[in-house]
Design a binder for this molecule. Sequence first.
Ligand code: UT7
Length: 324
Amino acid sequence: MGAKILSIAAHVPEKILTNRDLEKIVDTSDEWITTRTGIKERHVTKDNEFTSTLATEAAKKALERAGISPLDIDMIVVASATHDYWFPATACIVQANVGAENAACFDIEAACPGFVYALEVGRGFLSLPNYKNVLVIGAETLTKITDYTDRSTCVLFGDGAGAAVLTKSEEDHFLGSYLKGNGKLGDLLILPACGTRKRCSEEVIKNRDHYLKMQGREVFKHAVVGMQEAAVKAVENAGITSEQIDWLVAHQANKRIIDATRERLGLPEEKVYINIDRYGNTSSASIPIALNEMYEKGLLKRGQIIVLDAFGAGFIYGALVIKW
Ligand code: UT7
Protein backbone atom coordinates (compact mmCIF):
# COMPACT_ATOMS: atom_id res chain seq x y z
CA MET A 1 0.00 0.00 0.00
CA GLY A 2 1.12 3.52 -0.74
CA ALA A 3 -0.38 6.99 -0.57
CA LYS A 4 -1.73 9.64 -2.89
CA ILE A 5 -3.05 13.19 -2.75
CA LEU A 6 -6.83 13.04 -3.00
CA SER A 7 -7.50 16.78 -3.07
CA ILE A 8 -5.85 20.16 -2.86
CA ALA A 9 -7.23 23.56 -1.79
CA ALA A 10 -6.02 26.94 -0.58
CA HIS A 11 -7.19 30.10 1.08
CA VAL A 12 -5.60 33.55 1.17
CA PRO A 13 -6.80 36.67 2.98
CA GLU A 14 -8.68 39.23 0.90
CA LYS A 15 -6.52 42.25 1.68
CA ILE A 16 -3.76 42.92 -0.86
CA LEU A 17 -0.54 44.91 -0.33
CA THR A 18 1.02 46.02 -3.61
CA ASN A 19 4.57 47.14 -4.35
CA ARG A 20 3.16 50.65 -4.80
CA ASP A 21 1.69 50.46 -1.27
CA LEU A 22 5.13 49.46 0.04
CA GLU A 23 6.74 52.43 -1.72
CA LYS A 24 4.76 54.59 0.71
CA ILE A 25 6.02 52.66 3.76
CA VAL A 26 9.75 52.10 3.10
CA ASP A 27 12.43 53.35 0.72
CA THR A 28 11.81 50.88 -2.09
CA SER A 29 10.37 50.76 -5.58
CA ASP A 30 8.11 48.53 -7.61
CA GLU A 31 10.98 48.24 -10.09
CA TRP A 32 13.49 46.98 -7.45
CA ILE A 33 11.06 44.46 -5.97
CA THR A 34 9.93 43.15 -9.35
CA THR A 35 13.40 42.73 -10.85
CA ARG A 36 15.02 41.26 -7.71
CA THR A 37 12.20 38.94 -6.67
CA GLY A 38 9.38 38.75 -9.21
CA ILE A 39 6.84 39.90 -6.59
CA LYS A 40 4.16 42.48 -7.50
CA GLU A 41 1.71 42.07 -4.63
CA ARG A 42 0.95 39.84 -1.65
CA HIS A 43 -2.12 38.97 0.47
CA VAL A 44 -2.01 40.10 4.08
CA THR A 45 -4.13 39.20 7.10
CA LYS A 46 -6.09 41.71 9.15
CA ASP A 47 -5.70 41.77 12.94
CA ASN A 48 -8.60 39.34 13.37
CA GLU A 49 -7.29 36.75 10.90
CA PHE A 50 -4.81 34.13 12.14
CA THR A 51 -2.84 31.20 10.77
CA SER A 52 -5.61 28.87 11.98
CA THR A 53 -8.23 31.01 10.21
CA LEU A 54 -6.53 30.53 6.86
CA ALA A 55 -5.71 26.87 7.58
CA THR A 56 -9.32 26.13 8.51
CA GLU A 57 -10.73 27.62 5.30
CA ALA A 58 -8.20 25.72 3.17
CA ALA A 59 -8.94 22.51 5.10
CA LYS A 60 -12.73 22.82 4.67
CA LYS A 61 -12.31 23.26 0.93
CA ALA A 62 -9.86 20.33 0.67
CA LEU A 63 -12.30 18.05 2.54
CA GLU A 64 -15.17 19.12 0.29
CA ARG A 65 -13.10 18.44 -2.82
CA ALA A 66 -12.00 15.05 -1.47
CA GLY A 67 -15.66 14.21 -0.91
CA ILE A 68 -15.02 12.89 2.58
CA SER A 69 -16.40 13.79 5.98
CA PRO A 70 -14.16 15.53 8.55
CA LEU A 71 -14.90 12.49 10.72
CA ASP A 72 -12.94 10.33 8.26
CA ILE A 73 -9.70 12.22 8.93
CA ASP A 74 -7.33 10.26 11.17
CA MET A 75 -4.52 12.80 11.45
CA ILE A 76 -4.03 16.53 10.91
CA VAL A 77 -0.51 17.87 10.39
CA VAL A 78 -0.03 21.64 10.15
CA ALA A 79 3.31 22.94 8.92
CA SER A 80 3.89 26.53 9.94
CA ALA A 81 6.55 28.92 11.18
CA THR A 82 3.80 31.24 12.42
CA HIS A 83 1.60 29.09 14.64
CA ASP A 84 -1.24 30.82 16.47
CA TYR A 85 0.33 29.88 19.83
CA TRP A 86 3.29 27.98 21.15
CA PHE A 87 0.60 25.59 22.27
CA PRO A 88 -2.00 24.35 21.66
CA ALA A 89 -0.95 23.30 18.17
CA THR A 90 -2.62 25.10 15.29
CA ALA A 91 -3.60 21.62 14.00
CA CYS A 92 -5.78 21.21 17.11
CA ILE A 93 -7.53 24.53 16.45
CA VAL A 94 -8.18 23.38 12.89
CA GLN A 95 -9.44 20.03 14.17
CA ALA A 96 -12.04 21.78 16.34
CA ASN A 97 -12.97 24.25 13.57
CA VAL A 98 -13.62 21.58 10.95
CA GLY A 99 -15.10 18.98 13.33
CA ALA A 100 -12.50 16.29 12.65
CA GLU A 101 -13.31 14.63 15.95
CA ASN A 102 -11.60 11.34 15.19
CA ALA A 103 -8.29 12.89 14.22
CA ALA A 104 -5.00 13.14 16.07
CA CYS A 105 -3.34 16.49 15.44
CA PHE A 106 0.05 18.12 15.72
CA ASP A 107 2.20 20.86 14.17
CA ILE A 108 5.60 20.77 12.60
CA GLU A 109 7.95 23.70 12.17
CA ALA A 110 9.95 23.16 9.02
CA ALA A 111 9.90 26.77 7.77
CA CYS A 112 9.46 27.18 4.00
CA PRO A 113 9.80 23.47 3.14
CA GLY A 114 7.13 22.76 5.78
CA PHE A 115 4.53 21.47 3.32
CA VAL A 116 7.08 19.16 1.66
CA TYR A 117 8.10 17.82 5.08
CA ALA A 118 4.48 17.48 6.20
CA LEU A 119 3.59 15.51 3.08
CA GLU A 120 6.43 13.09 3.91
CA VAL A 121 5.15 12.84 7.50
CA GLY A 122 1.58 12.34 6.29
CA ARG A 123 2.43 9.61 3.84
CA GLY A 124 4.56 7.98 6.56
CA PHE A 125 1.46 7.72 8.77
CA LEU A 126 -0.43 6.19 5.87
CA SER A 127 2.04 3.31 5.82
CA LEU A 128 0.73 2.37 9.31
CA PRO A 129 -2.35 0.16 9.59
CA ASN A 130 -4.67 2.48 11.54
CA TYR A 131 -4.44 5.62 9.38
CA LYS A 132 -6.48 5.98 6.21
CA ASN A 133 -6.82 9.72 5.58
CA VAL A 134 -4.43 12.47 6.62
CA LEU A 135 -5.01 16.20 6.28
CA VAL A 136 -1.76 18.04 5.54
CA ILE A 137 -1.71 21.84 5.76
CA GLY A 138 0.88 24.56 5.12
CA ALA A 139 -0.31 27.84 6.65
CA GLU A 140 1.37 31.13 7.46
CA THR A 141 0.77 34.66 8.62
CA LEU A 142 4.31 35.85 8.01
CA THR A 143 3.26 39.48 7.82
CA LYS A 144 2.66 39.31 11.58
CA ILE A 145 6.39 38.69 12.16
CA THR A 146 7.56 41.05 9.42
CA ASP A 147 9.32 44.29 10.31
CA TYR A 148 7.76 47.00 8.15
CA THR A 149 10.72 49.31 8.86
CA ASP A 150 13.16 46.84 7.25
CA ARG A 151 12.99 47.22 3.48
CA SER A 152 15.23 44.20 2.89
CA THR A 153 12.59 41.80 4.26
CA CYS A 154 9.20 43.53 4.38
CA VAL A 155 8.75 43.51 0.62
CA LEU A 156 9.07 39.74 0.45
CA PHE A 157 6.40 38.08 2.56
CA GLY A 158 2.69 37.34 2.31
CA ASP A 159 0.04 35.28 4.12
CA GLY A 160 -1.92 32.21 3.03
CA ALA A 161 -2.66 28.54 3.50
CA GLY A 162 -2.99 25.39 1.45
CA ALA A 163 -4.33 21.98 2.39
CA ALA A 164 -4.22 18.49 0.93
CA VAL A 165 -6.10 15.33 1.84
CA LEU A 166 -3.84 12.29 1.58
CA THR A 167 -5.25 8.82 1.43
CA LYS A 168 -4.00 5.25 1.27
CA SER A 169 -3.61 4.00 -2.25
CA GLU A 170 -2.72 0.63 -3.77
CA GLU A 171 -0.40 2.42 -6.15
CA ASP A 172 2.10 4.64 -4.33
CA HIS A 173 2.06 8.16 -5.80
CA PHE A 174 5.08 9.22 -3.73
CA LEU A 175 7.87 8.27 -6.12
CA GLY A 176 10.96 9.78 -4.54
CA SER A 177 12.13 12.22 -1.90
CA TYR A 178 15.19 13.98 -0.54
CA LEU A 179 15.14 15.97 2.70
CA LYS A 180 18.22 17.62 4.20
CA GLY A 181 19.30 20.09 6.85
CA ASN A 182 22.27 22.33 7.58
CA GLY A 183 21.79 23.70 11.09
CA LYS A 184 25.15 25.49 11.11
CA LEU A 185 23.68 28.34 9.07
CA GLY A 186 20.56 28.96 11.13
CA ASP A 187 21.52 32.52 12.06
CA LEU A 188 21.14 33.70 8.47
CA LEU A 189 17.35 33.47 8.66
CA ILE A 190 15.99 33.69 12.16
CA LEU A 191 13.36 35.13 14.46
CA PRO A 192 15.81 35.92 17.26
CA ALA A 193 13.54 36.56 20.24
CA CYS A 194 10.37 35.61 22.09
CA GLY A 195 11.50 31.99 22.24
CA THR A 196 12.87 30.43 25.42
CA ARG A 197 16.42 31.52 24.67
CA LYS A 198 15.67 35.24 24.45
CA ARG A 199 12.33 35.86 26.05
CA CYS A 200 10.01 38.72 25.09
CA SER A 201 10.89 41.92 26.91
CA GLU A 202 10.71 45.66 26.41
CA GLU A 203 14.30 45.58 25.20
CA VAL A 204 13.50 42.88 22.66
CA ILE A 205 10.59 44.93 21.34
CA LYS A 206 12.73 48.10 21.26
CA ASN A 207 15.39 46.28 19.21
CA ARG A 208 12.69 44.79 16.99
CA ASP A 209 14.08 41.32 17.68
CA HIS A 210 10.56 39.89 17.71
CA TYR A 211 10.59 40.20 13.93
CA LEU A 212 12.11 37.95 11.30
CA LYS A 213 15.72 38.77 10.28
CA MET A 214 17.30 37.57 7.08
CA GLN A 215 20.67 38.05 5.42
CA GLY A 216 19.09 37.86 2.00
CA ARG A 217 22.14 37.67 -0.23
CA GLU A 218 23.67 34.80 1.79
CA VAL A 219 20.37 32.94 1.98
CA PHE A 220 19.96 33.38 -1.76
CA LYS A 221 23.30 31.65 -2.51
CA HIS A 222 22.50 28.67 -0.29
CA ALA A 223 18.92 28.48 -1.56
CA VAL A 224 20.05 28.12 -5.16
CA VAL A 225 22.43 25.29 -4.28
CA GLY A 226 20.02 23.57 -1.86
CA MET A 227 17.01 23.69 -4.16
CA GLN A 228 19.06 22.31 -7.03
CA GLU A 229 20.57 19.53 -4.89
CA ALA A 230 17.17 18.51 -3.51
CA ALA A 231 15.48 18.43 -6.90
CA VAL A 232 18.25 16.44 -8.58
CA LYS A 233 18.50 13.89 -5.74
CA ALA A 234 14.73 13.42 -5.43
CA VAL A 235 14.47 12.83 -9.18
CA GLU A 236 17.34 10.32 -8.93
CA ASN A 237 15.65 8.60 -5.98
CA ALA A 238 12.42 8.37 -7.96
CA GLY A 239 14.32 6.61 -10.74
CA ILE A 240 13.02 8.95 -13.41
CA THR A 241 14.65 11.30 -15.91
CA SER A 242 14.06 15.04 -16.29
CA GLU A 243 12.16 14.37 -19.51
CA GLN A 244 9.48 12.57 -17.50
CA ILE A 245 8.77 15.60 -15.30
CA ASP A 246 5.52 17.39 -16.15
CA TRP A 247 5.79 20.17 -13.55
CA LEU A 248 8.27 21.78 -11.21
CA VAL A 249 6.38 23.44 -8.37
CA ALA A 250 9.00 25.16 -6.26
CA HIS A 251 8.78 27.26 -3.12
CA GLN A 252 8.00 30.80 -4.26
CA ALA A 253 10.72 32.81 -2.51
CA ASN A 254 12.41 34.39 -5.49
CA LYS A 255 11.79 33.90 -9.20
CA ARG A 256 15.54 33.89 -9.83
CA ILE A 257 16.00 30.89 -7.49
CA ILE A 258 13.19 29.00 -9.24
CA ASP A 259 14.73 29.78 -12.65
CA ALA A 260 18.10 28.42 -11.48
CA THR A 261 16.44 25.19 -10.27
CA ARG A 262 14.56 24.82 -13.54
CA GLU A 263 17.79 25.25 -15.50
CA ARG A 264 19.60 22.65 -13.36
CA LEU A 265 16.83 20.15 -14.14
CA GLY A 266 16.96 21.12 -17.81
CA LEU A 267 13.26 21.95 -17.92
CA PRO A 268 11.57 24.41 -20.29
CA GLU A 269 9.84 27.45 -18.74
CA GLU A 270 6.37 26.10 -19.49
CA LYS A 271 6.91 23.20 -17.08
CA VAL A 272 7.34 25.52 -14.11
CA TYR A 273 4.44 27.08 -12.25
CA ILE A 274 5.15 30.55 -10.91
CA ASN A 275 2.73 32.73 -8.94
CA ILE A 276 5.15 34.63 -6.71
CA ASP A 277 4.04 37.84 -8.48
CA ARG A 278 0.64 37.68 -6.71
CA TYR A 279 1.48 36.12 -3.33
CA GLY A 280 5.10 36.88 -2.42
CA ASN A 281 6.84 34.38 -0.18
CA THR A 282 4.21 32.55 1.88
CA SER A 283 6.69 30.01 3.30
CA SER A 284 5.07 26.61 3.91
CA ALA A 285 1.89 27.75 2.13
CA SER A 286 3.53 28.62 -1.17
CA ILE A 287 3.63 25.14 -2.74
CA PRO A 288 0.02 24.16 -1.87
CA ILE A 289 -1.23 27.60 -2.99
CA ALA A 290 0.51 27.01 -6.33
CA LEU A 291 -0.85 23.44 -6.62
CA ASN A 292 -4.35 24.71 -5.84
CA GLU A 293 -4.15 27.34 -8.59
CA MET A 294 -2.94 24.72 -11.03
CA TYR A 295 -5.81 22.45 -10.03
CA GLU A 296 -8.36 25.25 -10.42
CA LYS A 297 -6.97 26.16 -13.84
CA GLY A 298 -7.20 22.52 -14.96
CA LEU A 299 -3.42 22.25 -15.36
CA LEU A 300 -3.07 19.25 -13.06
CA LYS A 301 -3.95 15.94 -14.67
CA ARG A 302 -3.96 12.58 -12.89
CA GLY A 303 -0.79 10.66 -13.74
CA GLN A 304 1.40 13.73 -14.22
CA ILE A 305 4.81 13.72 -12.52
CA ILE A 306 5.41 16.74 -10.29
CA VAL A 307 8.56 17.81 -8.47
CA LEU A 308 7.93 19.82 -5.29
CA ASP A 309 11.04 21.63 -4.05
CA ALA A 310 11.69 24.08 -1.20
CA PHE A 311 14.39 25.70 0.92
CA GLY A 312 14.16 27.70 4.14
CA ALA A 313 15.22 28.65 7.65
CA GLY A 314 17.25 26.08 9.49
CA PHE A 315 18.62 25.73 6.91
CA ILE A 316 16.46 22.89 5.70
CA TYR A 317 15.51 21.92 2.21
CA GLY A 318 13.85 19.11 0.39
CA ALA A 319 12.08 17.85 -2.68
CA LEU A 320 9.42 15.25 -3.43
CA VAL A 321 8.58 13.62 -6.72
CA ILE A 322 4.90 12.75 -6.79
CA LYS A 323 2.47 11.34 -9.31
CA TRP A 324 -0.69 13.47 -9.33
O1 UT7 B 1 11.97 31.56 1.88
C1 UT7 B 1 13.13 31.21 2.55
C2 UT7 B 1 14.31 31.41 1.72
N1 UT7 B 1 14.47 32.80 1.39
C3 UT7 B 1 15.01 33.12 0.24
O2 UT7 B 1 15.28 32.24 -0.53
C4 UT7 B 1 15.34 34.55 -0.03
C5 UT7 B 1 16.72 34.61 -0.63
N2 UT7 B 1 17.17 35.98 -0.90
C6 UT7 B 1 16.67 36.74 -1.87
O3 UT7 B 1 15.71 36.39 -2.51
C7 UT7 B 1 17.39 38.01 -2.23
O4 UT7 B 1 18.65 38.02 -1.60
C8 UT7 B 1 16.62 39.30 -1.82
C9 UT7 B 1 15.42 39.48 -2.74
C10 UT7 B 1 16.16 39.21 -0.39
C11 UT7 B 1 17.52 40.50 -2.01
O5 UT7 B 1 18.00 40.57 -3.35
P1 UT7 B 1 19.56 40.76 -3.64
O6 UT7 B 1 19.69 40.84 -5.09
O7 UT7 B 1 20.29 39.65 -2.92
O8 UT7 B 1 19.84 42.17 -2.99
P2 UT7 B 1 20.86 42.55 -1.82
O9 UT7 B 1 20.35 42.09 -0.50
O10 UT7 B 1 22.22 42.12 -2.24
O11 UT7 B 1 20.77 44.14 -1.86
C12 UT7 B 1 21.18 44.86 -3.04
C13 UT7 B 1 20.93 46.33 -2.77
C14 UT7 B 1 21.50 46.82 -1.46
O12 UT7 B 1 21.97 48.14 -1.67
P3 UT7 B 1 23.56 48.40 -1.91
O13 UT7 B 1 24.22 47.88 -0.65
O14 UT7 B 1 23.90 47.64 -3.12
O15 UT7 B 1 23.60 49.88 -2.06
C15 UT7 B 1 20.30 46.88 -0.54
O16 UT7 B 1 20.43 47.84 0.48
O17 UT7 B 1 19.53 46.58 -2.71
C16 UT7 B 1 19.22 47.29 -1.51
N3 UT7 B 1 17.89 46.90 -1.08
C17 UT7 B 1 16.76 47.47 -1.53
N4 UT7 B 1 16.56 48.49 -2.39
C18 UT7 B 1 15.29 48.84 -2.66
C19 UT7 B 1 17.55 45.89 -0.22
N5 UT7 B 1 16.21 45.83 -0.12
C20 UT7 B 1 15.70 46.79 -0.93
C21 UT7 B 1 14.39 47.20 -1.23
N6 UT7 B 1 14.23 48.22 -2.10
N7 UT7 B 1 13.30 46.60 -0.71
